[in-house]
Design a binder for this molecule. Sequence first.
Ligand SMILES: Nc1ncnc2c1ncn2[C@@H]1O[C@H](COP(=O)(O)OP(=O)(O)OP(=O)(O)O)[C@@H](O)[C@H]1O
Length: 302
Amino acid sequence: MDTVIEAQDVFKSFRDKQAVNGVSFSIAKGSVTAMLGPNGAGKTTMLSMMLGLLEPTQGSVTVFGRSPRDQAVRERTGAMLQEVSVMERLKAREILSLVRSYYPHPLDYGQLVQAAALGASDLNRYADKLSVGQKRSLGFALAIAGNPDLLFLDEPTVGLDIGARQRFWDTVRDLAARGKTILFATHYLQEAEDMADRILLFDRGTLAADGTPDEIKAGIVKRSVSFRSLLDAASVRLRLSAYPAIGECLLSEGRFHAAAHNTDEALAAIFASGIPAQDIRIDQGRLDDAFRELIMDHKEAM
Ligand SMILES: Nc1ncnc2c1ncn2[C@@H]1O[C@H](COP(=O)(O)OP(=O)(O)OP(=O)(O)O)[C@@H](O)[C@H]1O
């Protein structure tokens, strides 16, 4: 594995606040990783250390085998942070050209305009007069202006409408297909599930989980089979109790929900039990349930 980022036992404290508390991971070249976690979990602090904007209090972070502050590393790295500040008294097109000129091998101007999704008249406007969403799209174009090998995005789609969000992820997909390494922090579980091949789940400064979206779901998501039946709850539970494939069976709003690790075996058990079951559904569980559960388990363990 070609390692692009290596974080080893990283701690970061601000006065008496422990923002990152012993985090280790490595990021492989060409991977798309989502950093998930509730507010204040330490995602931005971790990103800032990978960008060389903050120094760890303890532990080490290397990018391309060097310090994130190294000039050679900075030239290969792009970042879109939560607060996109645009230079005053410069038009959008002027900022794009200026930022391109900082880099030895910038992306094509046309590609940047496409990523910024700005029309000719908006490109001619002063950047500080653009809407919040347009500023963020411009911020994204600036992040990729240097044709970076590594891209950091901190909650990149906040404030973008559906169309802009779609365009944004299409561009990210293109970049990933070209072997770029991408790390993004998000609160949107669906984005993490759709876009990332790996999720780092942060909770109060530590890593609560690390795996593919499927692994995270498989580890903790409760699958169940639900159905309606004219039989009463006691009879249903009594009949199902003979089948180890079925866990707890709850009755909610007229539906029985039978917990099961293997829903095929659970279905077979329901049929074998002779329970007259109707309107049978299989629920494979959802990532946001998994996420909530992980955070809860993690809190209890701490
Ligand atoms: N410069 C700072 N000085 C003091 N405390 C800070 C500083 N930066 C971050 N913190 C604290 O460190 C903790 C982690 O913050 P961080 O911004 O990394 O979380 P986050 O996971 O990115 O949250 P969010 O999802 O809200 O952006 C928080 O309690 C925050 O208040």
